[in-house]
Design a binder for this molecule. Structure first.
Ligand code: ADP
Ligand code: MG
Length: 615
């Protein structure tokens, strides 16, 4: 028995040994788990006696709040008092969620101060963070009742493609629910942990995590080496899941009856879901609606699900390709998410990966169990682990001419800290704007702008003297901090990136494929911008050189230089890379002797003036 303390505010007993909880905050279902003496346990909800708490919230006009199974039951009767799939909204801007189907039953408004979207449920408006916190609060309460102690700390899982804003919003929801969120962990990493993969430190393994839930599909390829988890690639579809199958079943059953006298029978999605779920054990499922007997055969279900599952296999192909591994190099395939109970999923997945997938664990529980194992590690109960993830897209800043200068390359392991040095381009320049972008294109205009800030009060140095270090730090939660520091003066400024616009993994995939598609034209544009930058630098430099050394230059030398400056200007006007590059090269060659002669004179002069102090 550990130490106990009394919380005088609530009168409850606090155990210093209260476990850190693992929470799978899912789009369709959420659940909470913990590890005791090395063994993971999932907790059953007190009301429903089920482990899975549907991620549904019901709030009526009287502000009565229902969560989970009871709220789900109200979804079809009182759609404007209930809300589902809040995870699709969290950490996103108004523009991004506008097309979400789930909003059709709710009025939305924008909180003007901070641009946060609020939805009307019952007679009140709520943010997605608040709504998620209701689910988390419910899970926390369930765990507290089950364990007889107050719970404070938790680990929450999110999809691997969640961006900073979505991770931060999830963390905020935890805070609002009274939880200290120790870590945000990627779902596939948690699933792998649940399967105990990585426990044997001498073993290097590549695994695929296939996660088909209610409304989303994610495939992740991980490499586990020396107990380190590394996400090699991710792919998927945020609009594909078990719900789509349910909808297709409804349509199918309706069309079956349309031509008969039963066309008015209301076939709901929950009826479809029930029939579908039974077919993971049976060849034919039946249920009664009113006085109508409905039936669905496995063969019919397979025909309905086939195109959808085929899409997931295409995503798997893309993920494997991106991971740089061959199919043979993937040692194990793990199935996660309720929809992987479909027999056809197991069949298609094993056909594609050419091996039987591992489905030993309950697919609904694997992520929460993994989160609990991670929580146990963070509680200090296992010191043999380290968890790493990767950045899905490159991060960098805009440099002269609108070019992208990458500081953290795509697929870098996080946490990561990298820095590069820059300088000012104008004499006496006292401020520098740092604009942060995400993406793979050479030109920032095609990438995604995350934030910008200005480093001020740089001492008035000549161009090129200031030493400005720009440092990017991504912490273990995937939050990006950018710092700019002028090293000679110590002047610094920084920003924590709360990106305005979330990126789903379809966008990531699109950005990656565009970067390949446009690689050649981007490279040409980049080469042109580089040449213009160089030419402009040479013009500025030569003008300064002429000004400083006008008494030393012969008329002939002066006209050579002025002629080249003129040619550079013409080259820039011409928009012709070859022409401009030719002038640059010629000028570099032909003016060397002039530069050397003047330099020798200047060195001589400076030596003349030198006296040696002997005292
Ligand atoms: P999420 O991670 O998105 O919250 P879950 O992993 O909880 O989702 O999966 C929920 C989905 O799993 C639902 O669409 C549900 O219908 C489906 N599902 C649950 N059990 C079965 C089953 N036996 N056969 C087919 N689909 C199932
Ligand atoms: Mg899930």
């Amino acid at each position: 028995m550990g130490k106990v303390a009394i919380d005088f505010k609530t009168g409850s007993i606090k155990s210093k040994d209260a476990p850190v909880m693992g929470i799978d905050l899912g789009t369709s279902n959420s659940l909470i788990a913990y590890v005791k003496d090395g063994v993971p346990h999932v907790i059953k909800d007190n009301h429903s006696q089920k482990v899975l708490v549907p991620s549904v919230i019901y709030i009526n006009q009287q502000s009565e709040l229902l969560i989970g199974e009871e709220a789900k039951a109200m979804l079809e009767q009182e759609p404007d008092a209930s809300i589902y799939s809040v995870k699709r909204l969290i950490g996103k801007s108004f523009q991004e969620i506008q097309s979400e189907k789930l909003l059709s039953n709710h009025q939305t408004k924008l909180d003007l101060n901070n641009q946060i979207v609020k939805l009307k449920i019952g007679h009140q408006y709520f943010t997605a963070i608040e709504l998620s916190s209701f689910i988390l609060k419910r899970l926390k309460k369930t765990a507290e009742e089950h364990l007889g102690t107050s719970i404070e700390k938790a680990v929450i899982t999110v999809p691997a493609y969640f961006n900073d804003e979505q991770r931060q919003a999830t963390r905020d929801a935890g805070k609002l629910a009274g939880l200290d969120v120790l870590r945000i962990v990627n779902e596939p990493t948690a699933a792998a942990l649940a399967y105990g993969i990585g426990l044997d430190k001498d073993k290097t393994q590549n695994i695929a995590v296939y996660d088909l839930g209610g409304g989303t599909f994610d495939i992740s390829i991980l490499r586990i080496e020396n107990g380190i988890f590394d996400v090699l690639s991710t792919n998927g579809n945020t609009q594909l899941g078990g719900d789509d199958i349910d909808e297709s079943i409804v349509e199918f059953l309706q069309s079956k009856f349309d031509s008969t006298q039963y066309s008015s029978v209301p076939i709901t999605k929950s009826i479809a879901e029930k029939l579908k779920s039974e077919l993971s054990q049976l060849e034919i499922a039946t249920t009664a609606v009113g006085n109508l007997q409905l039936s669905l055969s496995l063969k019919e279900l397979n025909e309905i699900a086939e195109p959808l599952i085929q899409q997931t296999i295409q995503c798997c192909k893309n993920a494997v390709k991106d991971s740089g591994l061959s199919l043979q190099e993937i040692d194990e395939v793990i199935l996660v998410g309720g929809s992987t109970r479909l027999q056809l999923v197991k069949q298609k997945v094993s056909e594609y990966f050419k091996k039987k997938p591992n489905d030993n664990l309950n697919p609904d529980e694997a992520v929460a169990i993994g989160a609990a194992i991670q929580a146990d590690i963070l509680a200090g109960n296992r010191k043999d682990f380290l968890l790493l993830d990767i950045t899905p897209l490159s991060l960098g800043i805009e440099t002269m001419g609108g070019l992208m200068d990458v500081i953290i390359p795509r697929n870098s392991k996080i946490p990561v800290q990298l820095a590069r040095q820059y300088t000012t381009s104008k004499d006496g320049q006292q401020s520098l704007r740092i604009t942060v972008y995400q993406g793979e294109r050479d030109l920032v205009s095609f990438n995604r702008k995350l934030a910008e800030f200005v480093l001020k009060n740089i001492p008035a140095f000549p161009a090129g003297i200031a030493k400005i270090e720009v440092q990017f730090l991504i912490d273990a939660d995937g939050i990006l901090r950018v710092k700019a520091k002028e090293l000679r003066s110590g002047q610094e400024s920084s920003i924590e990136i709360k990106s305005q616009f979330a990126l789903d993994q379809n966008t990531v995939a699109k950005m990656l494929s565009e970067s390949i598609q446009f690689a050649q034209s981007d490279a040409q544009t980049k080469a042109w911008v580089d040449a213009v930058n160089e030419a402009q630098y040479m013009i500025a430099h030569s003008n300064k050189f002429i000004e400083q050394n006008n008494t030393l230059l012969s008329t002939e030398e002066l006209s050579v230089l002025q002629n080249f400056i003129e040619q550079l200007n013409q080259g820039i006007q011409s928009q012709n890379k070859e022409q401009l590059q030719h002038v640059i090269d010629q000028m570099n060659q032909s003016t060397q002797s002039i530069a050397h002669r003047i330099m020798d004179i200047n060195i001589g002069k400076s030596l003349e003036g030198t006296t040696i102090d002997l005292s």
